[in-house]
Design a protein around this ligand. Sequence first.
Ligand SMILES: CC(C)(COP(=O)(O)OP(=O)(O)OC[C@H]1O[C@@H](n2cnc3c(N)ncnc32)[C@H](O)[C@@H]1OP(=O)(O)O)[C@@H](O)C(=O)NCCC(=O)NCCS
Length: 136
Amino acid sequence: MEIEFDEFNKVFFETLDGHESVSISADGTYYTILYDNEKAGVVGYIPAKFPEHAGFVQIVIAPKFRGKGIVGTAENMLMQKHNLKILFATIKKDNPASIRAHEKIGFTILDNEELGELRRKGFLKSDEIRMEKIWI
Ligand SMILES: CC(C)(COP(=O)(O)OP(=O)(O)OC[C@H]1O[C@@H](n2cnc3c(N)ncnc32)[C@H](O)[C@@H]1OP(=O)(O)O)[C@@H](O)C(=O)NCCC(=O)NCCS
């Protein structure tokens, strides 16, 4: 299998089942994911204000292409292309597929103290968790 990035296409993005859980931001950089030349999903990130080389990742995979581990490959490509060292993911608690997909590729859930602090500061909703992966 070959995974490549193509230009982001809003029309294709909006056809993707589950795209509502990803909000496209003007500050973000997004790509269409090609799997053997077929449009298979969208991945992108919004740069974090702090620290440097960190971003909030966003991903949606078309149902037909789910379960193939594309999340890991696409997010690694994104990190390399943009020289990112840390990726954060904000995920709804009731989205086990996304939590599992990120756990599988080395993301960890922040501990309860950190989650509590983010919620108190208004950076995280009560029905969300924050995961992170640090590349060293
Ligand atoms: C989240 C999403 C990107 C995952 O894509 P994917 O291609 O299925 O991801 P992967 O194949 O790498 O891994 C998915 C894992 O979740 C598991 N899974 C899928 N549905 C599940 C469910 N309902 N409950 C528990 N685990 C589930 C799969 O079995 C797989 O784990 P495994 O390899 O150990 O079996 C995809 O489901 C999607 O696009 N969802 C809609 C948009 C979305 O929620 N984006 C994330 C916003 S944070």
